[in-house]
Design a protein around this ligand. Structure first.
Ligand SMILES: O=C(CO)[C@@H](O)[C@H](O)[C@H](O)[C@H](O)COP(=O)(O)O
Length: 230
Protein backbone atom coordinates (compact mmCIF):
# COMPACT_ATOMS: atom_id res chain seq x y z
CA UNK A 1 0.00 0.00 0.00
CA UNK A 2 1.52 3.39 -0.96
CA UNK A 3 2.48 6.00 1.65
CA UNK A 4 -0.20 8.65 2.16
CA UNK A 5 0.42 12.22 1.04
CA UNK A 6 0.86 14.73 3.92
CA UNK A 7 -2.39 16.53 3.10
CA UNK A 8 -4.40 13.31 3.11
CA UNK A 9 -2.91 12.31 6.47
CA UNK A 10 -3.78 15.74 7.88
CA UNK A 11 -7.37 15.53 6.74
CA UNK A 12 -7.71 12.02 8.20
CA UNK A 13 -6.18 12.86 11.55
CA UNK A 14 -6.65 16.62 12.13
CA UNK A 15 -6.10 16.38 15.90
CA UNK A 16 -2.70 14.81 15.42
CA UNK A 17 -1.52 17.67 13.23
CA UNK A 18 -3.00 20.50 15.33
CA UNK A 19 -0.52 22.92 16.80
CA UNK A 20 -2.70 23.30 19.91
CA UNK A 21 -3.17 27.06 19.62
CA UNK A 22 -6.74 27.17 18.30
CA UNK A 23 -8.85 24.42 19.84
CA UNK A 24 -12.12 25.70 18.34
CA UNK A 25 -10.68 25.62 14.84
CA UNK A 26 -9.38 22.10 15.38
CA UNK A 27 -12.74 20.90 16.72
CA UNK A 28 -14.54 22.53 13.77
CA UNK A 29 -12.19 20.73 11.39
CA UNK A 30 -12.76 17.42 13.20
CA UNK A 31 -16.53 17.97 12.94
CA UNK A 32 -16.33 18.78 9.21
CA UNK A 33 -14.04 15.85 8.56
CA UNK A 34 -16.43 13.47 10.37
CA UNK A 35 -19.44 14.78 8.43
CA UNK A 36 -17.48 14.51 5.17
CA UNK A 37 -16.57 10.89 5.87
CA UNK A 38 -20.13 10.00 6.95
CA UNK A 39 -21.53 11.53 3.74
CA UNK A 40 -18.91 9.77 1.66
CA UNK A 41 -19.70 6.33 3.08
CA UNK A 42 -23.47 6.90 2.81
CA UNK A 43 -23.08 7.86 -0.88
CA UNK A 44 -20.84 4.88 -1.49
CA UNK A 45 -23.24 2.41 0.13
CA UNK A 46 -26.15 3.87 -1.85
CA UNK A 47 -24.16 3.73 -5.11
CA UNK A 48 -23.13 0.11 -4.59
CA UNK A 49 -26.70 -0.90 -3.73
CA UNK A 50 -28.08 0.85 -6.83
CA UNK A 51 -25.49 -0.67 -9.12
CA UNK A 52 -25.24 -4.16 -7.58
CA UNK A 53 -28.61 -4.76 -5.88
CA UNK A 54 -29.81 -7.21 -8.54
CA UNK A 55 -26.48 -9.03 -8.64
CA UNK A 56 -26.49 -9.27 -4.83
CA UNK A 57 -29.92 -10.92 -4.91
CA UNK A 58 -28.77 -13.39 -7.58
CA UNK A 59 -25.65 -14.19 -5.59
CA UNK A 60 -27.72 -14.76 -2.42
CA UNK A 61 -30.00 -17.05 -4.42
CA UNK A 62 -26.99 -19.09 -5.59
CA UNK A 63 -25.56 -19.21 -2.08
CA UNK A 64 -28.89 -20.38 -0.64
CA UNK A 65 -29.01 -23.19 -3.22
CA UNK A 66 -25.57 -24.35 -2.03
CA UNK A 67 -26.42 -24.16 1.66
CA UNK A 68 -29.72 -26.01 1.07
CA UNK A 69 -27.72 -28.85 -0.54
CA UNK A 70 -25.21 -29.08 2.33
CA UNK A 71 -22.61 -26.61 1.03
CA UNK A 72 -20.32 -24.67 3.35
CA UNK A 73 -18.81 -21.21 3.15
CA UNK A 74 -15.04 -20.59 3.20
CA UNK A 75 -13.99 -16.95 3.69
CA UNK A 76 -10.53 -15.43 3.27
CA UNK A 77 -8.58 -12.17 2.97
CA UNK A 78 -5.43 -10.39 4.16
CA UNK A 79 -4.98 -7.81 6.91
CA UNK A 80 -8.23 -6.06 7.71
CA UNK A 81 -9.92 -8.21 5.08
CA UNK A 82 -8.88 -11.29 7.08
CA UNK A 83 -10.75 -9.96 10.10
CA UNK A 84 -13.70 -9.14 7.82
CA UNK A 85 -13.55 -12.68 6.42
CA UNK A 86 -13.63 -14.05 9.97
CA UNK A 87 -16.50 -11.70 10.81
CA UNK A 88 -18.40 -12.84 7.70
CA UNK A 89 -17.88 -16.50 8.59
CA UNK A 90 -18.98 -15.79 12.18
CA UNK A 91 -22.08 -14.02 10.92
CA UNK A 92 -23.19 -17.16 9.09
CA UNK A 93 -22.03 -19.63 11.72
CA UNK A 94 -23.10 -17.96 14.94
CA UNK A 95 -25.48 -15.11 14.21
CA UNK A 96 -27.04 -13.06 16.98
CA UNK A 97 -30.69 -13.48 17.95
CA UNK A 98 -32.92 -16.11 16.38
CA UNK A 99 -31.16 -16.31 13.03
CA UNK A 100 -30.18 -19.83 12.10
CA UNK A 101 -26.53 -20.88 11.95
CA UNK A 102 -25.00 -22.04 8.67
CA UNK A 103 -21.68 -23.86 8.16
CA UNK A 104 -18.93 -21.32 7.54
CA UNK A 105 -15.33 -20.77 8.52
CA UNK A 106 -12.51 -18.31 7.95
CA UNK A 107 -9.29 -19.53 6.35
CA UNK A 108 -7.19 -17.36 8.66
CA UNK A 109 -8.77 -18.77 11.82
CA UNK A 110 -6.05 -21.37 12.32
CA UNK A 111 -2.77 -19.52 12.75
CA UNK A 112 -0.80 -22.78 12.92
CA UNK A 113 -1.99 -23.72 9.41
CA UNK A 114 -1.46 -20.20 8.07
CA UNK A 115 2.09 -19.94 9.41
CA UNK A 116 3.07 -23.48 8.41
CA UNK A 117 1.87 -23.02 4.82
CA UNK A 118 3.57 -19.62 4.60
CA UNK A 119 6.80 -20.89 6.09
CA UNK A 120 6.99 -24.18 4.25
CA UNK A 121 5.62 -23.26 0.83
CA UNK A 122 4.84 -19.55 0.51
CA UNK A 123 2.19 -17.02 1.36
CA UNK A 124 0.67 -17.16 -2.12
CA UNK A 125 -0.74 -20.64 -1.48
CA UNK A 126 -2.07 -20.04 2.01
CA UNK A 127 -5.74 -19.99 0.95
CA UNK A 128 -5.51 -22.13 -2.21
CA UNK A 129 -4.03 -25.03 -0.26
CA UNK A 130 -6.80 -24.92 2.32
CA UNK A 131 -9.43 -24.76 -0.40
CA UNK A 132 -7.72 -27.77 -1.96
CA UNK A 133 -8.01 -29.62 1.34
CA UNK A 134 -11.49 -28.54 2.48
CA UNK A 135 -13.32 -27.31 -0.61
CA UNK A 136 -15.94 -29.47 -2.30
CA UNK A 137 -18.03 -28.77 -5.36
CA UNK A 138 -21.14 -27.10 -3.99
CA UNK A 139 -19.27 -25.07 -1.34
CA UNK A 140 -18.94 -21.29 -1.48
CA UNK A 141 -15.62 -19.40 -1.52
CA UNK A 142 -15.77 -15.72 -0.52
CA UNK A 143 -12.57 -13.65 -0.86
CA UNK A 144 -12.27 -10.07 0.35
CA UNK A 145 -9.61 -7.61 -0.76
CA UNK A 146 -9.22 -3.85 -0.75
CA UNK A 147 -6.93 -3.63 -3.79
CA UNK A 148 -8.25 -6.70 -5.60
CA UNK A 149 -4.64 -7.62 -6.34
CA UNK A 150 -3.48 -10.00 -3.59
CA UNK A 151 -1.83 -13.01 -5.28
CA UNK A 152 -3.00 -15.45 -2.58
CA UNK A 153 -6.62 -14.49 -3.27
CA UNK A 154 -6.19 -14.93 -7.02
CA UNK A 155 -4.66 -18.38 -6.44
CA UNK A 156 -7.52 -19.25 -4.08
CA UNK A 157 -10.18 -18.25 -6.62
CA UNK A 158 -8.43 -20.32 -9.31
CA UNK A 159 -8.40 -23.37 -7.04
CA UNK A 160 -12.00 -22.85 -5.94
CA UNK A 161 -13.27 -22.43 -9.52
CA UNK A 162 -11.35 -25.53 -10.60
CA UNK A 163 -13.06 -27.53 -7.87
CA UNK A 164 -16.55 -26.30 -8.70
CA UNK A 165 -17.13 -24.00 -5.72
CA UNK A 166 -19.32 -20.93 -6.14
CA UNK A 167 -16.84 -18.03 -6.04
CA UNK A 168 -17.68 -14.59 -4.65
CA UNK A 169 -15.20 -11.68 -4.65
CA UNK A 170 -15.48 -8.41 -2.77
CA UNK A 171 -12.93 -5.77 -3.81
CA UNK A 172 -12.26 -2.01 -3.76
CA UNK A 173 -10.83 0.65 -6.09
CA UNK A 174 -11.61 -0.63 -9.63
CA UNK A 175 -11.54 -4.29 -8.64
CA UNK A 176 -7.85 -4.67 -9.55
CA UNK A 177 -6.79 -8.08 -10.88
CA UNK A 178 -9.93 -9.62 -9.42
CA UNK A 179 -11.92 -7.75 -12.09
CA UNK A 180 -9.80 -9.31 -14.84
CA UNK A 181 -9.95 -13.01 -13.99
CA UNK A 182 -12.71 -15.42 -14.99
CA UNK A 183 -12.52 -17.52 -11.80
CA UNK A 184 -14.93 -15.27 -9.87
CA UNK A 185 -18.66 -15.90 -10.40
CA UNK A 186 -19.86 -12.79 -8.57
CA UNK A 187 -17.63 -9.77 -8.06
CA UNK A 188 -18.71 -6.78 -5.97
CA UNK A 189 -16.49 -3.72 -6.26
CA UNK A 190 -16.69 -0.76 -3.89
CA UNK A 191 -15.51 2.04 -6.19
CA UNK A 192 -13.42 4.20 -3.87
CA UNK A 193 -9.71 4.92 -3.50
CA UNK A 194 -10.04 5.33 0.28
CA UNK A 195 -9.09 2.11 2.07
CA UNK A 196 -11.25 3.08 5.04
CA UNK A 197 -14.39 3.78 3.01
CA UNK A 198 -13.87 0.62 0.95
CA UNK A 199 -13.65 -1.53 4.07
CA UNK A 200 -16.69 0.13 5.67
CA UNK A 201 -18.82 -0.39 2.56
CA UNK A 202 -17.61 -3.99 2.19
CA UNK A 203 -18.85 -4.73 5.70
CA UNK A 204 -22.30 -3.48 4.76
CA UNK A 205 -22.19 -5.46 1.54
CA UNK A 206 -21.53 -8.81 3.19
CA UNK A 207 -24.11 -8.18 5.90
CA UNK A 208 -26.65 -7.59 3.11
CA UNK A 209 -25.50 -10.80 1.41
CA UNK A 210 -25.99 -12.72 4.64
CA UNK A 211 -29.51 -11.33 5.19
CA UNK A 212 -30.55 -12.00 1.60
CA UNK A 213 -29.15 -15.54 1.72
CA UNK A 214 -31.06 -16.35 4.91
CA UNK A 215 -34.24 -14.94 3.38
CA UNK A 216 -33.83 -17.16 0.28
CA UNK A 217 -32.97 -20.35 2.14
CA UNK A 218 -36.38 -21.67 3.32
CA UNK A 219 -37.78 -21.81 -0.22
CA UNK A 220 -34.81 -23.86 -1.41
CA UNK A 221 -35.04 -26.25 1.50
CA UNK A 222 -38.74 -26.77 0.87
CA UNK A 223 -37.90 -27.69 -2.72
CA UNK A 224 -39.59 -24.56 -4.06
CA UNK A 225 -36.44 -23.26 -5.63
CA UNK A 226 -37.18 -20.74 -8.38
CA UNK A 227 -34.90 -18.83 -10.70
CA UNK A 228 -34.97 -15.13 -9.73
CA UNK A 229 -36.99 -13.05 -12.16
CA UNK A 230 -35.42 -9.63 -11.39
O1 LIG B 1 -6.09 -1.98 4.97
C1 LIG B 1 -5.37 -2.20 5.93
C2 LIG B 1 -5.54 -1.42 7.17
O2 LIG B 1 -6.72 -0.64 7.09
C3 LIG B 1 -4.32 -3.24 5.82
O3 LIG B 1 -4.24 -4.02 6.98
C4 LIG B 1 -4.61 -4.17 4.63
O4 LIG B 1 -5.69 -4.97 4.96
C5 LIG B 1 -3.35 -4.98 4.30
O5 LIG B 1 -2.38 -4.11 3.80
C6 LIG B 1 -3.63 -6.07 3.24
O6 LIG B 1 -2.50 -6.88 3.12
C7 LIG B 1 -4.01 -5.51 1.88
O7 LIG B 1 -4.44 -6.58 1.03
P1 LIG B 1 -5.70 -6.37 0.07
O8 LIG B 1 -6.87 -5.96 0.90
O9 LIG B 1 -5.33 -5.31 -0.92
O10 LIG B 1 -5.93 -7.71 -0.58
Amino acid sequence: MSAMAGEEMESLYPLRYADGTDLDAVLAEVRQSTVRKANEIADLRRGVLERDGVQLTSCAWDMAVRFARGGRLLAFGNGVSSTDAQDLAGLFLSPAGDARPLPAFGLTNDIAVVTALSDDIGFDVVFARQIGAFGRAGDIAVGLSTSGNSPNLLRAFDEAARRGLLTVGIAGYDGGRMAEVDSIDYLFVVPSASVHRVQEAQTTLYHALWELTLAELPAHEAGQSHVPTH
